[in-house]
Design a protein around this ligand. Structure first.
Ligand SMILES: Cc1cc2nc3c(=O)[nH]c(=O)nc-3n(C[C@H](O)[C@H](O)[C@H](O)COP(=O)(O)OP(=O)(O)OC[C@H]3O[C@@H](n4cnc5c(N)ncnc54)[C@H](O)[C@@H]3O)c2cc1C
Length: 491
């Protein structure tokens, strides 16, 4: 039985661990935190539950190929309750409630009634959504791999994707903001710019909208910890071991092969190592010398990290009459860390039992923008906590433009900055996904490095834009590579 060490117990590391263990390897995951899941996480403060990871899950629907992968790794089970909120998002614009309905027909009717002069643009929008609906991450097996059970490639699924694939290239050349600019109604423009970052290519916009339209992109009741704990539970049931609170400081390479790791100052030998920590950080920090072979140069050069700050608050008020995912223009735009915000968005968890004490609610928001240096400067000057508090107050006051009286009711709050993600997950530049501006390449990076045997990479960086689907799938791919190299049967 070959021994495999996995660096990182996030979604990618746990997935790699489950598949490696099922395939007969003796697998140990080293996770520097005391809990599994990495960025797929949430935390409690004074009775409030702050969902700080999953907002929507690709593959939550049983109709998607990825669903079986989530089930195999223990993230989902037949008992999982998937919440597919509809409308998925609501833009409050000058007294109008503009809903992002999942069904393109319903969306079309609503937008036409709202803005008849946008008729042709609305027809195009909903036509593209329908064309993109069959598009999904194909789940396949590596060529030449011995498998216990074949990949869940649905018959004809690839054929059905062809109309969408022919649109990926042209839409991939324009920004979401430019696509949205064709609408005359400013509320529709704002709604579309809120789906994915406005600098992302428009193919990402349609991939996301079509995902919702297909009934996918749900939220798993119990949130990120439930998902991560399910995976960690499956891994340990299979005999895998997780060493929590133990950080790997070095991957040891001897005679052109990964030979083990250094953790807690001790050398732990292994036959293979899977690096499931952020690959962009790992290639520069976890080896005696930065890895410069193969794809690593391209990853360093091409990756534009998506950087965000997460703000959450517990509110002593019942906000269940408000929508779950609300976008609105600000009466008083603000600037923070060099980024200007003219609109705001909140996620409202009032409808989720157990997320707040009786009669109370949780609001969260994700502020996009590279504020890494701003926070670093604040920390260096001893202003970190003060800046966090200022940011919370700014957000609370802006939310208060919509929700009167919020200021006196936001009882508990927290802010996770890019430095938090760097410290908690070892994330490169505090980032947990990769930007996909027009023209960017989304081809997956190979999971092996030429000249170093027994070394595999997994994680969200392995295919832009990343996120949980890429993390889980890359973990599966790393385990398949491992099986192929060691002559083991996968699964
Ligand atoms: C606020 C927020 C919202 C999000 N919303 C969504 C969403 O709605 N949908 C979606 O798909 N994705 C979403 N994401 C992104 C998604 O959570 C991540 O892309 C994904 O979880 C990454 O998983 P990973 O396993 O590749 O990496 P990570 O989560 O970074 O896991 C890496 C793990 O390795 C550990 N580690 C690192 N270095 C070492 C070391 N040297 N030794 C031991 N352990 C180490 C870390 O502690 C971490 O646990 C969101 C993320 C955030 C923060």
């Amino acid at each position: 039985m070959a021994k495999v060490i996995i660096a990182g117990g996030g979604i990618a590391g746990l997935a790699a661990g489950v598949y490696a263990q099922k395939s007969g390897f003796e697998t140990v995951i080293y996770e520097s935190n005391r809990v599994p899941g990495g960025n797929c996480t949430a935390w409690r403060r004074k009775g409030y539950f702050f969902e700080g990871g999953m907002h929507w899950l690709n593959g939550s629907s049983p109709g998607r190929m990825l669903h079986r992968v989530w089930r195999e790794v223990g993230a989902l089970s037949p008992a999982s309750r998937i919440i597919t909120a509809d409308p998925f998002m609501v833009c409050l614009w000058e007294g109008e409630r503009i809903c992002l309905y999942r069904d393109p027909g319903r969306l079309e009717d609503q937008l036409r009634a709202l803005s008849p002069e946008d008729g042709p643009a609305i027809k195009n929008l909903c036509g593209e959504i329908r064309r993109f609906m069959p598009l999904q991450l194909p789940v396949t097996d590596l060529p030449g791999l011995k498998v216990r059970e074949k990949a869940p490639a649905a018959p004809g699924a690839l054929l059905r994707m062809l109309p969408a694939l022919s649109r990926v290239l042209p839409l991939g050349k324009q920004r979401t903001a430019d696509y949205a600019a064709r609408f005359r109604h400013p509320g529709i423009r704002m709604l579309l710019r809120g789906v994915v970052p406005p600098d992302y290519d428009a193919a990402s916009l349609f991939y996301t909208l079509a995902n919702f339209a297909s009934g996918d992109g749900g939220y798993v009741e119990g949130g990120s910890p439930k998902l991560s704990a399910g995976m960690a539970g499956r891994f340990t049931e299979l005999g895998g071991v997780i060493r929590y609170g133990e950080r790997i400081s070095r991957i040891v390479v001897k005679n052109g092969r990964a030979a083990g790791v250094i953790a807690g100052g001790e050398y732990i030998p292994a036959d293979a190592v899977i690096v499931a920590a952020d690959a962009l950080a790992a290639v520069d920090t976890l080896f005696d010398e930065p890895v410069r072979k193969g794809w690593t140069g391209r990853m360093r050069r091409d990756t534009i990290p998506l950087v965000s700050t997460f703000v959450c608050m517990g509110v002593e008020a019942d906000l269940s009459s408000w929508d779950e995912n609300v976008l609105f223009p600000l009466k008083r735009p603000y600037e923070y860390g060099g980024v200007r915000f003219t609109g705001a968005r909140f996620y409202n968890y009032a409808a989720y039992p157990g997320y707040a004490p009786e009669g109370c609610s949780v609001l969260t928001t994700i502020l996009r923008g590279d504020t890494y240096e701003y926070w670093k400067d604040a920390r260096d000057r001893g202003l970190y906590d003060q800046r966090k508090k200022e940011l919370f107050e700014t957000i609370r006051d802006r939310f208060g433009e919509q929700i009167p009286g919020l200021a006196g009711k936001a009882a508990v709050w927290d802010v996770a900055t890019p430095l938090t993600y760097e410290r908690f997950c070892g994330s490169y530049h505090g980032s947990w996904m990769t930007m996909t501006p027009p023209g960017s390449r989304r081809t997956p990076y190979p999971c092996t490095v030429p000249g170093i045997g027994g070394l595999y990479f997994a994680g969200h960086r392995m295919r832009p834009p990343g996120g949980m689907p890429v993390a889980v799938y890359s973990g599966r791919t790393a385990a398949q590579r491992l099986c192929r190299d060691f002559g083991a049967v996968f699964g």
